[in-house]
Design a protein around this ligand. Structure first.
Ligand SMILES: Nc1ncnc2c1ncn2[C@@H]1O[C@H](COP(=O)(O)OP(=O)(O)OP(=O)(O)O)[C@@H](O)[C@H]1O
Ligand SMILES: [Mg+2]
Length: 237
């Protein structure tokens, strides 16, 4: 069984099925990449898993424990973390004060600084003064200090230069290599597929492709058609 096992999830918005019987998994030490066009239902799926959006059917199971009816807080305590789309830093607090919000006082911010040495150099500066890329590093660092078992990240790359996005992707890969399970929603499909293990393509709330990231990375034509919706539903290796 997978560390995170989401099966047959249904989330309705204003009476309409936005996530329609969707199943995804995340494994310790691996990155599951969730792709799909704007409006495909990626954010809503993560919100259903995190307990922010009401789930009409299906199950969310973490390490064998059924969390489908658990509150968002209980899910977080069970080890499920979501970095929401557009999540920002506390602008008036310093970088280190931002980290203190979620860090264990025993271990301190060291794990965050090990992942992003840039943040150590900026530790005493108001977070609002950091560059966009540094702010996103801080958002990720803050989440990792809470030591989640599963980290869900919704579009960390919005508005950032590709070179910064690559830097963030490498950091996410390192988190997975250290044992975290990552569920990554990303618009830069090729960058995400390059660091991911398992790929899902979502269209109109349903999975139209599930398979290895490498298989999809080698076939950009197919990915293009999956986004457009004129490729057959399928599986990869
Ligand atoms: N609170 C809501 N009320 C009504 N409709 C909603 C609500 N939230 C989302 N939707 C609709 O659900 C669909 C899926 O939205 P969602 O934000 O999950 O897509 P997404 O795949 O994350 O898109 P993007 O890539 O643009 O972030 C869209 O058609 C959206 O308009
Ligand atoms: Mg979204």
């Amino acid at each position: 069984m997978s560390l995170l096992d989401v099966s047959g999830l249904v989330v309705n918005r204003a009476g309409v099925g936005v996530v329609r019987g969707t199943s995804v998994t995340a494994e310790a030490g691996q990155i599951s990449v969730l792709l799909g066009a704007n409006g495909a239902g990626k954010t809503t799926l993560l919100e259903g898993i995190a307990g922010i959006a009401p789930v009409a059917a299906g199950r969310v199971v973490l390490n064998g424990a059924d969390l489908t009816r658990a509150s968002p807080g209980d899910r977080a305590r069970a080890g499920l973390a979501l970095i929401e789309q557009g999540r920002t830093v506390f602008a008036r607090l310093t970088t280190e004060e931002n980290l203190r919000v979620s860090m264990d006082p025993e271990t301190g911010p060291e794990n965050a600084y090990a992942l992003f040495p840039e943040l150590r150099q900026r530790s005493g500066i108001a977070a609002g003064m950091l560059s966009g890329g540094e702010q996103q590093m801080l958002v990720i660092a803050r989440a990792l200090l809470a030591r989640p078992r599963v980290l869900m990240i919704d579009e960390m790359s919005a508005g950032l230069a590709p070179v910064i996005v690559s830097r963030l992707m490498k950091a996410v890969r390192r988190l997975a290599d250290e044992g975290m399970a990552v569920l990554l929603v990303e618009q830069f499909a090729s960058l995400a597929l390059a660091i991911g293990d398992r790929a899902y393509v979502l269209r109109r709330g349903g999975v139209v492709y599930e398979g290895g990231c490498d298989t999809l990375a080698r076939d950009p034509e197919r990915l293009h058609h999956l986004y457009l919706g004129d490729a057959p539903v399928g599986r990869g290796e």
